[in-house]
Design a protein around this ligand. Sequence first.
Ligand SMILES: *[C@@H]1O[C@H](CO)[C@@H](O)[C@H](O)[C@H]1NC(C)=O
Ligand SMILES: *[C@@H]1O[C@H](CO)[C@@H](O)[C@H](O)[C@H]1NC(C)=O
Ligand SMILES: *[C@@H]1O[C@H](CO)[C@@H](O)[C@H](O)[C@H]1NC(C)=O
Ligand SMILES: *[C@@H]1O[C@H](CO)[C@@H](O)[C@H](O)[C@H]1NC(C)=O
Length: 189
Amino acid sequence: MNPSSSSLLLTLITILFCSLHSLGFANRLIQQTCKNCSKTDPNISYKFCVASFQSNHRSQHAKNLEELGLIAVKITRHNVTDTNAHINDLLEKNKSLDPFVKECLDDCLEVYSDTISTFREAIRDYKAKRYTDCNVKLSSIIDASTTCEDGFKQKNNGAISPLTKRNKDTFQLSAIALSIVNMLINTDI
Ligand SMILES: *[C@@H]1O[C@H](CO)[C@@H](O)[C@H](O)[C@H]1NC(C)=O
Ligand SMILES: *[C@@H]1O[C@H](CO)[C@@H](O)[C@H](O)[C@H]1NC(C)=O
Ligand SMILES: *[C@@H]1O[C@H](CO)[C@@H](O)[C@H](O)[C@H]1NC(C)=O
Ligand SMILES: *[C@@H]1O[C@H](CO)[C@@H](O)[C@H](O)[C@H]1NC(C)=O
């Protein structure tokens, strides 16, 4: 092997080693954080928490709890944005929507649309370490998911929410973000 190719090989091995190392670190951080979250909030499933982080490539580079928390907020925002688009789709494409279901979907769209600005403020608060303010905003996002789901139960007419899984996902994802923010509040004082 000539010197330049052996130094190239060495560089490659170093890069591989470093990325494996940081991957291992990030995975331990995710597992530890999810363990703590599910312990402090029984609404959070450990498995769901780990799977949510692992499905996001950015969390593979998280170096600390603070970075992971911001990623949690962004994962939640991405999820809610997708739900918004899905509700719009249902309203536009389904011509045989039951009038009550349509009314509920309109209400869901309204509460979820409002969260777009709430997310913006929550992220601003988070970055400025105003964790208590961020807590309030994330709590209102959790409320949006329950408000949406509860709408379908208002009338006892057997209406089935087409958003149950999405509302549950939003509920848990925002609970995870909130739980991390609460840990940061506790370590900050
Ligand atoms: C999880 O909780 C343990 C025990 O309370 C603590 O030592 C650890 O730092 C926490 N880990 C994270 C990532 O918050
Ligand atoms: C778990 O969810 C229920 C139902 O929304 C809520 O009333 C309760 O406060 C939640 N628990 C925690 C620890 O947030
Ligand atoms: C929303 O979150 C759930 C749970 O992590 C996941 O299964 C789903 O793919 C996410 N949707 C989007 C659009 O990210
Ligand atoms: C349209 O909505 C009705 C209920 O309102 C539902 O039964 C049906 O499966 C929906 N169709 C599509 C294509 O989503």
